[in-house]
Ligand binder design. Structure first.
Ligand code: GRF
Length: 230
């Protein structure tokens, strides 16, 4: 069980997020925009990048969000780096960790500290095309459709319980940039949507399956995603 509660969803407080990035941070921006539009009740407590030059840091700072750098290179091991992440996320009172283009595999140190409370997004329809270059993998395979997946992070690579997926067509004359742009547009809709489901206490984890309770209307960010809510 992940977020089940008897509290009515409208009465639930904003979910306190810690967002991990390594690069552009367009998914971070989509989350900030959804908050600003009142499509998502969330408070981004901190943005952490493992890269000093990540443009996403500036997106956070522009919005007055604490944006800090924890360089993985400064640590002797993955576990030591993750311990520093955990300490910072706890210091900022983070409830749900959002990996948004964070290019580091998480060790059991992070996963145990935030068990069932870490989301990631992958630019493919999991379990297809895990790991790096997912868009190129889909093109090379000759897939007719690809898409993106929001999931709960587990010890494996891109194989945690699926929360939401969205599908895009793969065109015959596609290149990686064109397919990546099509997928990115869907990512920017489904990531805030998945976080909203969490905030509303509607996600229930049973084994490796995520069930979504109370399929009431949720507005335009739910269009064309599976599950499609009425
Ligand atoms: C996205 O394509 C996401 O699926 C992958 O990393 C990329 C991050 O993009 N995990 P951005 O930094 O949010 O623009």
């Amino acid at each position: 069980m992940t977020t089940a509660s008897t509290t009515p969803s409208t009465a639930r407080p904003p979910v306190k997020l810690g967002v991990l990035i390594s690069g552009e941070g367009t998914n971070l921006q989509a989350i900030i925009d959804a908050i600003d539009r009142d499509d998502l009740k969330a408070d981004v407590r901190v943005v952490i990048s493992n890269k000093r030059t990540a443009p996403g840091l500036e997106r956070a700072r522009r919005r007055g969000i604490a944006a800090i750098v924890i360089e993985h290179r400064a640590f002797p091991s993955r576990e030591a780096f993750d311990s520093a992440l955990v300490a910072s996320l706890r210091h900022h009172d983070v409830e749900l960790v959002i990996c948004a283009g964070f290019m580091r595999l998480l060790s059991p140190v992070m996963i145990a500290a935030f068990r069932d409370r870490i989301m990631n997004i992958h630019p493919a329809l999991c379990p297809a095309f895990p790991g790096l270059d997912a868009q190129q993998q889909a093109l090379d395979y000759g897939a007719r459709f690809s898409g993106c997946t929001v999931f709960f992070v587990t010890e494996g690579v891109d194989d945690g319980p699926v929360i939401v997926q969205a599908v895009v067509p793969v065109h015959q004359d596609d290149n990686e940039a064109a397919l990546a742009a099509r997928i990115h547009a869907e990512e920017h809709r489904i990531y805030p949507f998945a976080i909203r489901l969490y905030q509303e206490g509607r996600l229930e984890l049973r084994g490796r399956k995520v069930y979504i309770r109370d399929a009431s209307p949720i507005g335009p960010i739910a269009n064309n995603v599976n599950p499609r809510l009425p």
